[in-house]
Design a protein around this ligand. Structure first.
Ligand code: GLA
Length: 359
């Protein structure tokens, strides 16, 4: 049997008429399913410590469900992942106003962000590594963002890791911040357990405290000794259940950007390690970007219909979203997010899979 395959098949149709395709990449024990809608990671099958496979990301079987619920399950989000205060910023002295869709702020590129678009398959191959490249053209003024932007998302499935490369070029100065918004549940998306029992380590000594609208409102705050200290692995539920940090109340749980020790650099660096003791599954996240949004699925609606009859609810999955820090266009002290014509924006993310031996 062929261990490396890459195939594209019809997935379904949206109420607005668009057809959605699904690309499935297989390599040994791993498989990844990616939709042309939102360049969405719809499924990710990974073995546990006994070799038992399970799908470890939340998703839908019906493409329309991705548009009906603004949860961003597995989508590539852009043009600007995370929030911009008031949807306002100035670029080279020019005021810009982008779509406001999250209280007073712009979130994940606005109401009609990249997660809602049909991306074009620009390359699909099984050899030597199963991979697909999806492309998206975003016109000048799209959701208020300046410049005509061409974005791409390449998923590459190696034997022990999934690589996601996000790239963009623009014909005029603009801003960009692309990431993958997978919700992980390493017990399996259909296991019916929330993520409280997962253990997490984050390679960050500080995080960005936020205001009531989730905009960072001060300098990075050291994590040492507090509920945001993931410098050593700890159970995610500990802070969710017993955390008395006011930031946990403001975020309705964890929904904060961590300042990664490695900063921005050309090769992916270790950002986080997530493990689930019962299955033994482990995912490490590596990135070239300086921030990691850790979000514990606080706004996932109870009763949300998932794949294969699964039902999700609050805390049914957690996100580890590598990215440029939130509200960077208004924060000159953060690593910049400006993209000039002739430059290539490139963000590389690795999700590395392994298993723990167990107790
Ligand atoms: C991000 C945000 C959260 C939430 C989710 C999507 O992780 O930080 O506040 O909006 O996306 O529901």
């Amino acid at each position: 049997m062929e261990t490396r395959t890459a195939e594209c098949r019809p997935f379904g149709q949206l109420n607005r008429g668009d057809s959605v395709d699904c690309i499935t990449l297989r390599n040994g024990a791993l498989s990844a399913s990616i939709l042309t809608l939102g360049a969405t990671l719809q499924g990710l099958v990974v073995p546990d410590r006994a070799g038992e496979p399970a799908d470890i990301v939340l998703g839908h079987d019906d493409p329309q469900a991705y548009l009906d619920h603004a949860c961003y399950l597995g989508s590539v989000v852009g043009r600007y992942a995370n929030r911009i205060a008031g949807g306002r910023f100035s670029l080279d002295g020019q005021p810009c106003q982008v779509d406001v869709n999250n209280g007073p702020n712009s979130l994940h590129g606005g109401t009609g962000g990249f997660h809602q678009r049909i991306w074009q398959v620009a390359g699909l191959t099984a050899d030597p590594v199963p991979q697909v490249t999806l492309c998206l053209d975003s016109p000048d003024g799209d959701q208020g963002f300046p410049g005509q932007l061409r974005g791409s998302a390449t998923y590459r499935l190696h034997e022990d890791r999934l690589e996601l490369v996000l790239e963009a070029v623009s014909n005029a100065p603009t801003i960009v911040n692309l990431t993958g918004h997978a919700y992980f549940n390493l017990a399996g998306q259909a296991a019916g357990r929330d993520i409280s029992g997962h253990h997490l380590e984050i390679a960050a000594d500080s995080f960005l405290p936020v205001d009531a609208t989730a905009i960072p409102n001060g300098p990075p705050q050291p994590v040492a000794g507090g509920w945001f200290d993931f410098t050593r692995p700890r159970r995610v539920g500990a802070g969710l259940e017993g955390g008395d940090d006011p930031q946990l109340a403001l975020g309705h749980g964890y929904d904060h950007d961590f300042v990664l020790r490695a900063g921005r650099q050309p090769e992916p660096a270790f950002a986080a390690r997530l493990s689930e003791p019962e299955s033994g599954r482990v995912v490490e996240v590596w990135t070239t970007e300086p921030g990691l949004q850790f979000y514990t699925g606080n706004f996932l609606p109870d009763g949300l219909a998932g794949k294969g009859g699964a039902t999700y609810g609050r805390r049914g999955g957690l996100c580890l979203e590598p990215q440029t820090h939130p509200d960077t266009p208004n924060r000159p002290e953060f690593p910049p997010c400006r993209l000039a014509p002739g430059q290539i924006y490139r963000h590389r993310i690795l999700y590395r899979f392994s298993s723990d031996a167990g107790a």
